[in-house]
Design a protein around this ligand. Structure first.
Ligand code: PMV
Length: 326
């Protein structure tokens, strides 16, 4: 076999990761928990090539600043496993818009799975999660579908900092994520830079760390009972705390736009009117809404009039990544 295709999905954290205890190994300061997003899939094709240089084409581009982390990841993988091969990598997002939603999580998890297969590394899911983590922290979670917990781990070598599946997509088929896309531009400050600044300067950081870690147990319990209001309440509380951390960072990290604020206000009003919907955002202006299938249309109908919305993507939970060996 000399060519593999991998389809992997982005994930959205319900309990966030924001800050590292080790930069080299990408070890987080706390555990986090996410949902895989079926609609945000990336397809990556890998093969081994002759020569002494990788060929990397992302979204049709052979150049650009996105390539550097991929090169670094390939070098890291070669060094970790003593591989002396070079690769061609073609990666494309399967979702309909180039919106700054381009996900390092789906990209690096796909690479880890593809390299494992091509180079016959024999890694299990736990080891794949550790490998993907070297690309970006959130990629550790995209090795699985459904609900996923990334253990922060305690060991300095990172061998206990990997993700684990809590529930599959089939365990909660009515769970929905609405991704409200507010711009096609890439994010202003990378999560890598932003989270480091927060850890170093936000007076709220330590408080959030403790609060957030304490939400993991009740969140896992609520997921097992399909208790949507508890899942949503915990997720929104964790996002609100992370937002406070971001805003109290020096210099302040204000990832939101006027459109994001209008969407957040609209959803807050809708929730007060009795619709079960909860907000989360990440290092960018897009707003992600957690809801159940029965309420998705009502929520979307309340958003369409808002100027500045590029698109609303409705998604159910992602299944496991798919590997096709040619
Ligand atoms: O793994 P990164 O560098 O893409 O960081 C992800 C950070 C957040 O999306 C803001 C939170 C999270 O847990 O996914």
């Amino acid at each position: 076999m000399n060519k593999v295709h991998v389809i992997s999905h982005a994930n959205i954290a319900l309990i966030k990761y924001w800050g590292k205890r080790d930069h080299q190994l990408i070890l987080p300061s706390k555990s986090s928990l996410s949902v895989g997003v079926a609609a945000l899939a990336t397809r990556t094709t890998l093969s081994i090539i002759d020569g002494k240089k990788d060929l990397i084409i992302l979204e049709g581009n052979e150049n650009g600043k996105l390539l550097e982390p991929v090169r670094h990841f390939l070098d890291t993988t070669r060094a970790l496993f003593g591989i002396n091969k070079f690769f061609s990598i073609y990666s494309k997002n399967l979702f309909p818009t180039a919106s700054g939603l381009a996900s390092s999580a789906s990209g690096f998890s796909a690479l880890a799975i593809g390299l494992n297969s091509l180079c016959k590394l024999g890694l299990n899911k736990q080891q794949l999660s550790i490998l993907a983590r070297h690309g970006s922290g959130s990629a550790a979670r995209s090795i699985f579908g459904g609900f996923v917990l990334w253990h922060k781990g305690l060991k300095p070598d990172g061998s206990d900092s990997y993700a684990e599946q809590i529930a599959t997509n089939n365990d909660w088929p009515t769970f929905r994520i609405l991704i409200v896309v507010t711009t096609r531009a890439a994010k202003k400050i990378s999560s890598r830079t932003g989270m480091q600044a927060s850890l170093e300067t936000s007076p709220n950081y330590t408080h959030w760390l403790a609060q957030s870690e304490n939400r993991i147990g009740p969140m896992i319990d609520a997921i097992s009972r399909q208790d949507f209001s508890t899942v949503g309440t915990l997720a929104q509380a964790d996002w609100e705390d992370m937002r406070d951390v971001m805003l109290s960072t020096t210099p302040t990290l204000d990832y939101w736009s006027a459109t994001s604020h209008t969407i957040i206000a609209t959803i807050t009003k809708l929730k007060m009117a009795g619709v079960a919907c909860y907000i989360t955002t990440d290092a960018g202006p897009h707003v992600k809404i957690l809801c159940l299938a029965q309420d998705a249309l009502t929520i979307k109908n309340n958003l369409y009039h808002i100027a500045g919305i590029v698109e609303v993507i409705e998604s159910d939970l992602a299944q496991e990544p798919i590997l096709i060996e040619e």
